[in-house]
Every structure is written in C-alpha cells, then in structure tokens.
Ligand binder design. Structure first.
Ligand SMILES: [Zn+2]
Length: 429
C-alpha cells in the first residue's frame, strides 16, 4: 500500500490546489504532497501529462446481484467502476430481494465485503417491497458505515402521508433521503386500480409527473426540516422548483445523469431500448436547463444511474424492454467530451460534481487529497481518444445509449486506499 504518484497535475478543488505535485502514499494513506518527492524502494506511477484528482464517487448505481446476478454482480459492477475511474460507488436498494429488512442488508454487506474492488456503500428501502404502503423499520436498517441513504428507487412514494412519515423517520435516524420523483409502471398500475373511472392523464402515461413529486418532497423537507437529495433530475421545471426551494433555505441537493445531460428523446428514437430510461430522455430545453444547472451550482452531483439489464431483456422491443442504461464505464468520458472540453463546465467543476460534492452530501471520507486521508485517487488522461464498445466492458450490461460514441478523456488509474485497482485500462484485481 506504498506508492509514489509522480509528475501529475494535481487538482483538488476542496483545497484550492491545481499544481504539478508528487503524492506519496504510505500504508494506504496520503502521507506527503510536494513538488518533488524522492523515496527509495516505493513503486511509482508516472503521471506526467495526466491529471490527478480525488477519487470519483458515483452515488447512484444498480449492481443487482443476488437473484439478478445474470444482469450484474457486485464483483462485475465494481470492476466496471474501477475501469471508469470510480473509487467509491453507492448502490440502490431495489435489488431482488430488496434491501428492506436487516437480513437483506446483512446479506448485501457480506457480499460487498467479499466481492467489491472499490469502496461500496448502499441505500436502503423506505417502504416494504418498495410498494409505498408500509414504512420499513428504518432504524433497524441503518447499518453504519455501509448504509448512507434511503429511497424506494424506481418508484416514488405515492402517498403524501407515508412520505411525510418517512421524512420524520429519516430525520430520527439521521439518514439522507434520496427520493425518485418519477412515475413507474407500478405506480401507474396502482393509480389505474384505485381510479378505474378516471382515464389516465396523458402526463402520467408519459412520465411527466416528476415536477409534481419534486414539489411535494421539497415541501416535506421544508416542513420536517430534513435533508432531501433529489435523484436524477431530468426536467427544467423540476430544477426551477429546486432553485426556489434553495432560496427559502430548504435543505435540498440534487443530481443529474450523463444521459439526461447530453441526450434528448430524439436520441432515444434513434437508439432504441438501450436509451429507454426512467426518467425518460427529455427535450432539448430540458438538457440545456440541466447543463445550466451544473454551471450555476443548482445541480450538486453527476451520478450515472448505472442500470444493467441482460441483452435478451433489452431485445424485447421498446414497450416491453426494462428501463435503464449502464454508465459506470462511460460517465467520465461523456462528461469530459460533451461538457468539459467544449467549455460548458470547467474541469474543476466536473471534479466537484463527481467527487467532492457526493462525499460531502453522503458524509464520506473521500473528495479530498489531504495528508492523512485514505488514498482514494483517480488519475485521468484528458486527451485519450476512444470509441465506446460495450463488448469490452467489465459490466455484464451492454445497454448503453453511447455505443459507438467517439470520446476524448478516460480514467488512466484508479487507486483505492492506496491500492492500484486499475491502470492503463487493465484491472489489477
Ligand atoms: Zn436508479
């Protein structure tokens, strides 16, 4: 766990550092950062021409496993993370079985301890079976340090009443809420069953209720004075609501995905089921608003919502295909190519959005290159040109809307607690 990273351009916005520096790692911790470090007998990574940043953190991923190991496992998912430059990943609880009991959480922890090659954390469910009816015993599920937030990923909690109680319980357990303000097939079905005489409104059928749930959850955050982090914001209107709430000091943060930041519904038509996501890809104006939200700080994080499905599931055609796209191995390249190189956001902002802010929001130790901190470090080759070829992915998923894209910029090395888990596109685990 001793290592010298030599000659790289170190960018650490958390300490206002942007300079050519060497970093010495001893016993997994950052022990020295200086212009020139000579140390005998320590393995060296030459980082000249590359950028050295606090390890990237993806706070919204689906690593499946258990009864869905045919889609992805913690082993393959964290390998994909390492290849994509992520030192830390946070899993969603909509696994099969879902993380809604202490036993399920324990089973997840055991698997993570055994199989993960990067730092791994998880969220837990808010309601039993993610059905939105009966709250879980949140206190019994908060297994620190593993459990960092709660959500019914994939489903909004439809009942205002249940959601208000969820806020109160989350505050009692000091657990962040990361609601999914999206319409889902389950909630649409619920609505139809409960209201058989009301024809389904077009907005619901087209998954446009996001701003409704965002407004509701902001109101609950304000009323209960508890923190809320809105998952994958996709519409301009939602962002407007978040801005207004911030102005009233509502404790809210939010994230957007690389696909919602770069693609529109037109791309979904061209790409087919691999671009079928929830929330769906939106209009050009929404994409522009999200990009503006990155610039002006309304959006705090970029998260992939890495959602692998088996090729045969995505081959069922648009209507029947499951929702979701993978992203761990493309996020950094897409953000650098589409947002950083064209000057829409700066490299410093990208590092804030992909490392510092998620660490701060989740209370994790990463997001900074400070002496004495665990050496979670990503080395980036900003100029590396490559073409997205899903057949080469470590993820079992192939469902990416970015297939065939020519990207500029890629992770060169991923270092977790001083251990090099990926270097020059090779996994070392
Ligand atoms: Zn998700």
């Amino acid at each position: 766990m001793n290592l010298l990273i030599r000659g790289g351009r170190v960018i650490d916005p958390s300490r206002d550092v942007d300079d050519y520096l060497d970093i010495l790692i001893e016993e997994g911790l950052i022990s020295r950062i200086d212009p020139h470090i000579e140390q005998e007998g320590v393995p060296v990574i030459e980082a000249a021409g590359k950028v050295v940043v606090p390890g990237l953190i993806d706070m919204h991923c689906h690593l499946r496993d258990f009864n869905e190991s045919y889609k992805e496992t913690i082993a393959t998912g964290t390998k994909a993370a390492a290849l994509g430059g992520f030192t830390t990943v946070v899993c969603e609880p909509n696994t099969d079985p879902p993380l809604d009991t202490p036993q399920a959480v324990e089973q997840w922890i055991n698997r993570a301890e055994q199989d993960a090659c990067v730092n791994l954390y998880t969220k837990v469910c808010l309601t039993k079976g993610r059905k939105g009816k009966q709250l879980v015993n949140l206190r019994a599920l908060v297994h620190r340090p593993w459990v960092v937030a709660a959500t019914d990923d994939g489903n909004p909690v439809v009942s205002d009443n249940v959601m208000e109680r969820a806020f109160v319980k989350a505050r009692e357990s000091e657990l962040l809420l990361t609601p999914h303000c999206e319409e889902s097939p389950t909630t649409i079905q619920d609505f139809q069953q409960q209201n058989p005489l009301i024809p389904l409104a077009e907005e619901i059928a087209h998954y446009k209720r996001e701003p409704y749930y965002v407004a509701r959850d902001l109101q609950l955050a304000e009323r209960t004075n508890w923190r809320v982090h809105i998952s994958h914001v996709s519409m301009a209107q939602s962002l407007g609501l978040i801005k207004q709430a911030r102005a009233r000091w509502v404790p809210v943060t939010c994230e957007a995905t690389p696909h919602h930041l770069t693609l529109t519904e037109k791309d979904a038509e061209k790409c087919g089921p691999d671009a079928k996501t929830n929330p769906p890809l939106r209009q050009r104006d929404d994409v522009k608003a999200l990009q503006q939200g990155l610039k002006d700080g309304t959006i705090d994080c970029i998260a992939s919502d890495h959602a692998p499905h088996a090729p045969h599931e995505k081959a069922r055609g648009w209507e029947a295909a499951p929702m979701g796209a993978i992203g761990l191995e493309t996020s950094l390249g897409v953000i650098l190519t589409s947002l950083v190189h064209p000057g829409i956001i700066t490299l410093t902002q990208a590092i804030e959005l992909m490392s510092i802010n998620p660490a701060r929001i989740l209370g994790l130790s990463g997001g900074s290159l400070s002496i004495g901190k665990p050496a979670d470090i990503t080395i980036i080759d900003l100029e590396k040109k490559w073409v997205v070829d899903p057949s080469l992915f470590a993820s079992q998923g192939r469902n990416t809307p970015f297939k065939g894209w020519r990207l500029r910029g890629k992770a060169y090395a991923t270092i977790v607690g001083g251990k090099v888990v990926m270097k020059a596109e090779e996994l070392l685990v």
